[in-house]
Design a protein around this ligand. Structure first.
Ligand SMILES: [Zn+2]
Length: 85
């Protein structure tokens, strides 16, 4: 799962097949038809959630105590599945 972090307004937005933008409107992004490749623009840094660990955390939400961790990461600057325009 890919998201963008806008360095101008601090918003984090999950990408979809329809273009979405952050709160300030300067960062935008969307998935291509394959649902894997994404195009982003503006002062955005692409982020990723490891889908399996995110799903596992959702399904194992603790009742109390500490939250369930999952893997999130900053996507590398040169990435085959993220085009920056
Ligand atoms: Zn913004």
């Amino acid at each position: 799962m890919k998201l963008i972090y806008c360095i101008k307004c601090g918003d984090v937005v999950a990408l979809r097949r329809q273009e979405r933008s952050c709160f300030c409107g300067k960062s935008k992004g969307l998935y291509g038809p394959d649902g894997l490749h994404a195009t982003i623009s503006g002062p955005a840094i692409p982020l990723g959630f490891t889908n399996q660990s995110f799903r596992h955390a959702l399904m194992n939400q603790p009742e109390t105590g500490l939250g369930k961790e999952f893997t999130a990461f900053v996507i590398q600057k040169v990435c085959d599945t993220v085009e920056i325009v």
